[in-house]
Design a protein around this ligand. Structure first.
Ligand SMILES: Nc1ncnc2c1ncn2[C@@H]1O[C@H](COP(=O)(O)OP(=O)(O)OP(=O)(O)O)[C@@H](O)[C@H]1O
Length: 609
């Protein structure tokens, strides 16, 4: 095995520090948090802290000014203002809790589902959300109050329903952005089921913004709650800041202190929550949503549940294949027959892959080569069920490791990918989930798909990291993606792709994002792994140098078509198509490559016309 220096690259420590550490460096945020904690403590320990029974009436105390024994004075009914204020905190926080819980439980899962699956589900949920936002909430709340005898908890649940669209919209937007992340594709190819992907890879992106939303929603809930109580809705025996404000409002001119204290308590509590929320938003607003270098087309990935226009999705159409071809396909690691991929556009569907057929035998290294936009990735995406939203694929069949994947349910197809197919994507960094350690990401498919115990999975992960040339696997296992270099990340991805010992490894431009030295090492590693595990390797590249280096056979693509295929030696010695010849010389001599390729395109077009 070749020893490599990649793992020598120092693991960089994060300079940002933990979220809590950064939060406590914000004085305003700290003051706001302290204020809220004080209100919370007062609410929890109200029976211990209140000097009097909040409902005890003492006529001598009616509208009394502050004095000994009654530090804030008495209200218009002769009750101790301080005690009512303390118990009011309890009512207010309880109400806000019920409201936030309702909004959270209804809005967040719905938003994640709508954002991740898109399509009809998204449209229906968006419609419900819009409808809820257009209903005049206060009128409905008054009706609910009348119908339930002003049941406080029911009213707070009703407010929560009206505030659920806030949670829905945030989680929908975040799920939409995360579902385009390459590490979600990688998780799907690794065979993880959708609930697992939603739970472990999509939800973490939603957590921090949802906490911020909760802080803001709690403030809004308190305001609405106080508004209802101000209108006299709610049990008279329950001390509440809104009811106290109502009382104070009636005596505002003669006894302003009755209005002052509940208003101050409510204002400060809402302001503290708003400040906590905005401080958190400042700190986590951008980094919590992982950014992916957008694919050229920048449209969301189609998922289960999306409305997929005809023709049928990738690998689901079987037809036009003779029995002999089907039998041959059973021998192949990968076989694609007459694949077409199209996208809807303003002027109808645009086909970007036009009837591509190719095959990789077990143990063989097949190169798919072509310039940018020639359809290499679309071909592979269609085979691995990773087409972006709107992508429509039809074929006469796609076989992976001898199985016609179109005849399998999506679930079985993905389970098969997990154990039989490894996928090494283009951009190492974006294919690792920033929320989890490398250990978690390598062990997850082993535990979930292969059923290994935690100990076994960890050992396998450590061994595989060592095998891909990382000399300090324990340190890398404990690292987060941002703590490792690009070269090391690519090795981690290769380790992840081969960790379940697949029989087919698909590598989509695995060296593009790496420098020249690291490129050579990664190619060497892929070659070694392929020999060691007996895998077929499908190598997608724009570089004939890579093809010369590692491939047995090559398929040359241009404008969504296969222009030529054959053994690498023959293609290099005697390219049949002028485009192939120019691609070879452009790859071997980088100068003026674009002009030469363009020239060859013209020549080739003449040949094909
Ligand atoms: N979502 C999409 N909508 C419309 N056209 C698309 C979409 N995705 C890809 N295409 C088109 O499909 C064609 C093939 O793209 P593909 O990504 O397969 O090229 P490629 O050969 O892999 O190039 P690269 O290596 O640069 O990714 C391109 O012309 C591209 O513009």
């Amino acid at each position: 095995m070749t020893t490599t220096p990649l793992d020598q690259v120092a693991v960089t420590q994060t300079k940002r520090g933990s979220l809590a550490g950064r939060y406590f460096r914000r004085p305003l945020g700290v003051i706001a948090l302290l204020l809220f904690v004080v209100v919370l403590v007062i609410a929890i320990f109200a029976p211990l802290l209140a000097p009097h029974d909040p409902n005890l009436v003492d006529f001598a105390l009616t509208k009394a000014p502050p004095g000994p024994g009654h530090l804030l004075g008495g209200d218009s009914a002769g009750r101790d203002i301080l005690s009512r204020l303390i118990y009011g905190a309890r009512t207010t926080l309880y109400g806000a809790f019920i409201t936030c819980l309702t909004g959270l439980v209804l809005g967040t899962p719905a938003g994640v589902a709508a954002g991740y699956f898109g399509g009809t589900l998204d449209r229906i949920l968006m419609w419900i959300s819009d409808a809820l936002q257009s209903v005049p909430a206060m009128i409905v709340l008054l009706i609910v109050a009348a119908g339930t005898g002003s049941n406080f908890t029911v009213l707070m649940v009703a407010i929560g329903i009206f505030l659920a669209p806030g949670y829905f919209r945030i989680s929908r937007t975040l799920a939409q952005s995360v579902r385009q992340e390459a590490y979600i594709d990688a998780a799907r190819v690794a065979g993880l089921k959708t609930p697992r992907i939603l739970g472990t890879h999509v939800s973490p992106a939603v957590y921090a913004p949802i906490i911020i939303q909760t802080a803001l929603t709690a403030g809004i809930a308190m305001g609405m709650q106080a508004g209802l109580q101000f209108l006299g809705i709610g049990a008279a025996s329950t001390p509440s800041w809104g009811a106290m404000m109502n009382d104070g409002f009636s005596n505002m001119l003669s006894h302003p202190n009755i209005l002052l204290w509940p208003s101050l308590a409510l204002g400060l509590t809402i302001a503290s929550l708003a400040l906590v929320g905005s401080t958190l938003a400042d700190l986590v607003g951008v980094p919590t949503v992982p950014t992916r270098k957008k694919r050229r087309w920048a449209v969301p990935v189609r998922r289960d549940g999306d409305a997929a226009p005809a023709p049928t999705p990738a690998a689901t159409v079987v037809g036009g294949v003779t029995p002999s071809k089907a039998a041959e396909a059973c021998e192949s690691a990968l076989r694609i027959e007459n694949l077409r991929v199209a996208y809807p556009g303003a002027d109808g569907d645009t086909e970007v892959v036009h009837g591509v057929s190719l095959e990789a035998a077990p143990g063989e290294v097949l190169g798919i080569v072509g310039e940018s936009g020639s359809g290499k990735s679309q071909t592979i995406f269609a085979a691995l069920d990773l087409l972006p939203a709107g992508g429509m694929a039809s074929s006469d069949g796609i076989w992976i490791n001898g199985t016609q994947v179109g005849s399998l349910s999506r679930r079985k197809r993905h389970a098969m990918f997990g154990s039989g197919v490894g996928y090494v994507p283009q951009e190492p960094m974006t294919n690792l989930d920033p929320c989890y350690t490398i250990a978690h990401q390598l062990m997850e498919p082993l535990r979930v798909v292969s059923g290994l115990s935690r100990k076994e999975a960890r050992e396998r992960a450590r061994d595989t990291l060592a095998r891909v040339g990382i000399s300090d696997p324990d340190r890398v296992l404990a690292s987060y993606p941002h703590q490792i270099s690009g070269g090391m990340a690519q090795r981690v991805l290769i380790a992840g792709a081969v960790i379940c010992r697949p029989t087919l490894l698909v590598a989509d431009e695995p060296t593009t994002a790496l420098d020249v030295l690291v490129q050579a090492e990664v190619l060497e590693l892929l070659r070694e792994l392929k020999d060691e595990y007996g895998m077929a390797l499908v190598m997608v590249t724009h570089n004939f140098g890579v093809v010369a280096d590692i491939c047995d056979r090559v398929v040359v693509m241009k404008d969504g078509r296969v222009v030529e295929e054959g053994p690498v030696d023959r293609i290099f010695a005697n390219p049949a198509d002028p485009y192939t010849a120019e691609l070879i010389s452009a790859s071997l001599d980088d100068t003026d490559s674009r002009e030469r390729i363009d020239g060859a395109r013209t020549e080739s077009e003449r040949t094909f016309a």
